[in-house]
Design a protein around this ligand. Structure first.
Ligand SMILES: [Zn+2]
Length: 215
C-alpha cells in the first residue's frame, strides 16, 4: 500500500498518521494499475489510504459544501474513502474526516464488507418519531464509545456514486450510521452530544494516547 499501512493496525496509529499528514491536499487519483494487470477497483495499486482527522481537531467542525459534480475526482475520492474505511476498519466515513469538506459519505454495515453505500449531497427527507439510544464509535475518536439518541428510521435522498438520485430507507445500524455520518458533514462529532465532563475526559484520554504513541 502506498502509505505503508498494515491491515489490523491500531486505529490510534492511523489517527496519529492523520495528524502528521494533515496538510496534504485533496487526494488526486492514485497511480494507475500497470498495463496488463486486470486489477479490480479494490486493489492497492489504484487506491490510497487517507489520513483521518482526530477529535478535537477543529477541522472536524467544518460544515461541508455540496458536491458540484460526480466526476472523476469524486469517483477517485470515493474509492480512496472506501479503502480507508475498510482498512481502519470502520463502517462509515464522511469526507469531513479526511479533511475534504464536501457532502460525501461512504458506509458499509454488511457482515462481509461487500455492500458499500455512497451518499452524495444527502438530505434527510423523513424520520420515524421514535428515537433510541445507541452506542456509537468513530474513526476520528479512536477507542471511545458512548450512547447517542438517534431516530430509529430515516429516509435520505442522495446521489449515488454514479450521480443518480435515490431515496434510501434505513433502520437499525444503517439508520444510526447515516445519522452519525451526516452529522460529520455538518461539522458535528458524536462526542459533542455528550456532557462537557465526558468530552473533557475523552480529550484527556486521546491526548494521553497520542503522547504514548510518540514514545
Ligand atoms: Zn464518525
Amino acid at each position: 500500500m502506498r502509505t505503508g499501512y498494515v491491515a489490523g493496525q491500531k486505529v490510534r496509529r492511523f489517527c496519529a498518521h492523520g495528524r502528521a499528514r494533515a496538510t496534504v491536499p485533496v487526494p488526486q487519483s492514485a497511480s494507475p494499475a500497470k498495463s496488463g494487470e486486470n486489477k479490480s477497483v479494490f486493489t492497492e495499486v489504484s487506491m490510497a489510504l487517507l489520513p483521518i482527522l482526530c477529535y478535537p481537531d477543529p477541522r472536524l467542525n467544518t460544515v461541508a459544501k455540496p458536491v458540484q459534480a460526480v466526476d472523476a475526482r469524486i469517483k477517485s475520492l470515493i474509492a480512496d474513502m472506501l479503502e480507508t474505511m475498510y482498512a481502519a476498519p470502520g463502517i462509515g466515513l464522511a469526507a469531513t474526516q479526511i479533511n475534504v469538506h464536501e457532502r460525501l459519505i461512504v458506509i458499509d454495515v454488511s457482515e462481509d464488507h461487500d455492500d458499500p453505500l455512497v451518499l452524495i449531497n444527502p438530505e434527510l427527507v423523513g424520520t420515524s418519531t421514535a428515537k433510541h439510544l445507541h452506542e456509537e464509535g468513530c474513526l476520528s475518536v479512536p477507542g471511545i464509545y458512548d450512547g447517542v439518541e438517534r431516530f430509529d428510521e430515516v429516509q435520505v435522498r442522495a446521489l449515488d456514486g454514479e450521480g443518480v438520485s435515490r431515496v434510501i430507507s434505513a433502520d437499525g445500524l444503517l439508520a444510526v450510521c447515516i445519522q452519525h455520518e451526516m452529522d460529520h458533514l455538518m461539522g458535528k462529532v458524536f462526542v459533542e452530544y455528550l456532557s462537557p465532563l465526558k468530552r473533557n475526559r475523552i480529550k484527556t484520554k486521546l491526548a494521553k494516547a497520542k503522547r504514548e504513541e510518540r514514545n
